[in-house]
Design a binder for this molecule. Structure first.
Ligand SMILES: [Zn+2]
Length: 239
């Protein structure tokens, strides 16, 4: 194989590694964001439960005030007994007290039911808060893992960039320029294998005479369709 082509092949390997490390790193913010959905759902569910809990607490306070008012009313009614002159008035008065006591009983029952609902809402709130904590800790773990990947990726890129520099120094300037142009226009792949009479970059069928040339010639040959550099690996060279 042409010595320069050998270098370009090695350069392509390094560039593919750097490119895939960069792609992995670029995908990290969206990977983190994709895990924030369940947290947001948990937070909004928790907010609904919290609002319901607060509404019930208000209902309880209102009910308690209402009960106090009724109790006061009953006390006042009971104190008024001394002013009653006849039986008819006494009966009417007793009826009024009974009515107020019934109202009191109804309100006390309602209070109990509100308190039951509060207990239920408190449990639901606890569950929702637990869900938020769990989702947050899940995200933290994912973030830590991804941060490690960022560090690893950055180290990998640094290491391969060093190797790349050494390699580029040995490559002919014009050839390197051509390589870079193809790399940019061909999704990061500028050097591909020609195998089974096909370009492994664009899958184009390579005419037999050109394929023979790629196999035997020391010239640098491009794919007629995608312009990528083509190299051939002899069967005994594959491991
Ligand atoms: Zn091609």
């Amino acid at each position: 194989m042409n010595e320069q082509l050998k270098l370009l092949t090695a350069l392509q390997k390094i560039d593919s590694i750097i490119l895939s490390a960069r792609l992995r790193m670029d995908a990290i913010p969206s990977a983190i964001a994709s895990h924030e959905g369940p947290l947001k759902n948990a937070e909004s569910a928790c907010e609904n439960v919290r609002q319901n809990h607060a509404d019930l607490e208000k209902k309880k306070r209102d009910k308690e005030i209402e009960i106090e008012d009724i109790k006061e009313k009953i006390n006042k009614l009971k104190q008024r007994t001394s002013g009653i002159k006849n039986n008819k008035e006494y009966q009417a008065h007793t009826k009024e007290i009974e009515k107020a006591e019934k109202e009191l009983k109804r309100n006390e029952d309602e209070l109990l039911s509100v308190m039951d609902s509060i207990e239920g809402a408190s449990k639901a709130l606890e569950i929702e808060r637990g869900r938020i904590t769990a989702e947050k800790s899940k995200i933290e773990t994912i973030k830590k893992d991804l941060e490690k990947e960022v560090v690893k990726g950055a180290e990998e890129i640094k290491k391969f960039k060093g190797e790349r520099k050494k390699l580029v120094e040995k490559i002919d300037g014009d050839l390197y320029g051509e390589y870079m142009t193809i790399l940019k226009t061909s999704r990061g792949v500028a050097v591909v294998e020609a195998k089974d009479e096909a370009c492994h970059g664009c899958d184009m069928h390579i005419p037999p005479q050109l394929f023979v040339e790629i196999k035997s010639s020391d010239e640098i040959i491009h794919c007629p369709q995608c312009r990528r550099f083509l190299y051939y690996v002899k069967p005994e060279e594959t491991k």
